[in-house]
Design a protein around this ligand. Sequence first.
Ligand code: PRP
Length: 191
Amino acid sequence: MPGPDVANSWPPPVKRILLTADQIQERVSQLAAQLQRDYAGRRPLLVAVLRGSVVFLSDLIRHLNMPVCLDFVQLASYGDSTCSSGQVEVLKDLGTDIAGQDVVVVEDIVDTGRTLAYLVEELERRGAASVKVCALLDKPSRREVPVRLDYVGFEVPDCFVVGYGLDFAGQYRNLPYVAELSPQAYAPQEE
Ligand code: PRP
């Protein structure tokens, strides 16, 4: 059983801060500068993967001094060792025809890579002119499916991370920093 109503406790039970708000903000502005250089003279379509990436997206785009369009998808991935990208369900599809567009996928975290592998393949299948990936966090130790990340904010270790868009049981997305959740939040409690 999880700890006593931990998902509703505030402040959250944090083991350690992995990335401070200042570190994140500095890195996000660097990523935006890189995007702005690479997409100079073009108008990329930023596709954010709901829900976790909304915080990263909203900070990132305010550093972009260039035309951009936005769209959103929501996907649910279920592990399946018999299939490279597992089972991915589309909970909310794009609202845009992406044929011929320069797409930048915006993700909060890449873990097994299943969600991203599915999405990149689908975007290419729909005729995007180019597809690049911008992920704030990369957890390479968990990778099951190879994916190419073009822009990465930080690598994180294999632990339960929350904050800056990432949740535990729907909570803690609004933290301005990224933290490792204390195991008391999800591990069985001793009597
Ligand atoms: C997280 C994250 C990625 C995906 C990465 O989303 O935002 O989309 O998992 O995992 P993968 O590399 O193993 O596929 P999640 O399904 O937790 O939804 P959320 O963003 O709504 O929290």
